[in-house]
Design a protein around this ligand. Structure first.
Ligand code: PLP
Length: 419
């Protein structure tokens, strides 16, 4: 028997069930992925035992010579991957990287401009429930209601009127390219810092499938676990700024908002960045984008509306606002068929953020497990079957759901994640 099962059967069972769920369900949550066995092995290593407050060669504790190697490797690889000259690999997660940028470049009460959460922005870009919304004067920008695309003219108008100290680019639910150059021009016109949070598209940026914000932004943050496919974690990057600016960013992470860095996670980031530098990672990211296009086209061919009319990255939003059911209900029905998505607001959503009129899907995880165009078209077709059946309701839905669940499990078993 397994030592974990002997010591803690309750937890062991939860872990076993989660492993099974990840194998048997199709994962379409756009922010999720499957880290490699090497990434997970290093994250599960003795590096977890080491305190290393400070930075390589400038630690507050002894015995850091080996964790220093790991952190230096992570830093150098991150710089190579994103073509920049500064990297801080210590933020525990994306939210911490973002908090550090706020702390480094702004003061509480400053005006900051970010994408409206309801239209694709992230909580840490100024939501009232988040520290960013509580401590700053947030002016949101958003989408053109006609096209579903970012309205840059309106963004510029608001910026000129409110003169923010910082302009935030980046998103959690936008399926098109962001015009980094245009946003930098707007920031320059009002003397604002331009910060891009590329968490969702970092993997695509690393391989050139999505425009790199680093030539345009003063600072870029990311997570390491979405398209980038590393351990859960955060990252801060910059290029072309002076040493004082970089020092400010470092000090904002430690001692600004964090204590000891998670050295096991930093070591796993080093592995993930090395993986991302391999040619296969480019092949993977190209397939992520191709798969997303195929899913969007299949959904559209079956009469479903994709916000902005399609996708140029790894994700898309299905607009269900004309349907008799909600995003929440669609999410639940798909989940019953072992297809995991998340409910998401659509532009001008008449329903609350807890109910919504949309579903967000993304292809990073299914592409990692080897789904290509054929599997993605099939999958999108099954989703349409379930959604169509929701309009019919009753026993039709039950029948379709059970049939799709069987097909999903079968497809998943032909594409195991960790075998
Ligand atoms: N930034 C963006 C754009 C995100 O989508 C997310 C995660 O959903 C985050 C930051 C936060 O990352 P974390 O969950 O690691 O704190």
């Amino acid at each position: 028997s397994h030592p974990l099962m002997d010591f803690d059967p309750e937890l062991a069972l939860a872990l076993q069930n989660e492993a099974r769920r990840q194998e048997d369900h199709v994962e379409l949550i756009a922010s999720e992925n499957y880290a490699s066995p090497l990434v997970m092995a290093v994250q599960n290593s003795v590096f977890t035992n080491k305190y290393a407050e400070g930075y390589p060669d400038k630690r507050y504790y002894s015995g850091c010579e080996h964790v220093d190697v790991a952190e230096r490797l992570a830093i150098e690889r991150a710089k190579e991957l994103f073509a920049c000259d500064y990297a801080n690999v210590q933020p525990h997660a994306g939210a911490q990287a973002n908090a550090a940028v706020f702390l480094a470049l702004t003061d509480p009460g400053d005006t900051v401009m970010g994408m409206n959460l309801a239209q694709g922005g992230h909580l840490t870009h100024g939501n009232p429930a988040n520290f960013s919304g509580r401590h700053y004067e947030i002016v949101p920008y958003g989408l053109d209601p006609q096209t579903g695309l970012i309205d840059y003219d309106e963004m510029q108008r608001i910026a000129l009127e409110t003169r923010p100290k910082m302009l935030i680019g980046g998103f959690s639910a936008y399926s098109r390219h962001m015009d980094w150059a245009r946003m930098r021009t707007i920031a320059d016109r009002v003397g604002a810092f331009f910060w891009v949070d590329m968490a969702h598209v970092a993997g695509l940026v690393a391989t050139g499938e999505y425009p790199n914000p680093l030539p345009h932004a003063h600072v870029v943050t990311s997570t390491t676990h979405k398209t980038l496919r590393g351990p859960r974690g955060g990252l801060i990057l910059s290029r072309g700024q002076d040493e004082a600016f970089y020092k400010k960013l470092d000090s904002a992470v430690f001692p600004g908002i964090q204590g000891g860095p998670l050295m096991h996670v930093i070591a796993a980031k080093a592995i993930a960045f090395k993986e991302a530098l391999q040619p296969e990672f480019t092949t993977y990211q190209k397939q992520v984008v191709t798969n997303a296009r195929v899913m969007a086209a299949t959904l559209q061919a079956r009469g479903y509306t994709i916000v902005s009319g399609g996708t140029d990255n790894h994700l898309m939003l299905i607009d269900l606002s004309t349907k008799p059911y909600t995003g929440k209900e669609a999410d639940a029905a798909l989940s019953d068929a072992y297809i995991t998505t998340n409910k998401n607001s659509v532009p001008n959503d008449p329903r609350s953020p807890f109910v919504t009129s949309g579903v967000r899907i993304g292809t990073p995880a299914v592409t990692t497990r080897g789904f290509g165009e054929q599997e993605c078209a099939q999958l999108a077709g099954w989703m349409c079957d379930v959604l169509d059946a929701m309009e019919a309701g009753g026993s039709t839905l039950t029948t379709v759901r059970d049939r799709v669940r069987g097909q999903v499990v079968d497809l998943c078993q032909r594409h195991p994640v960790y075998r």
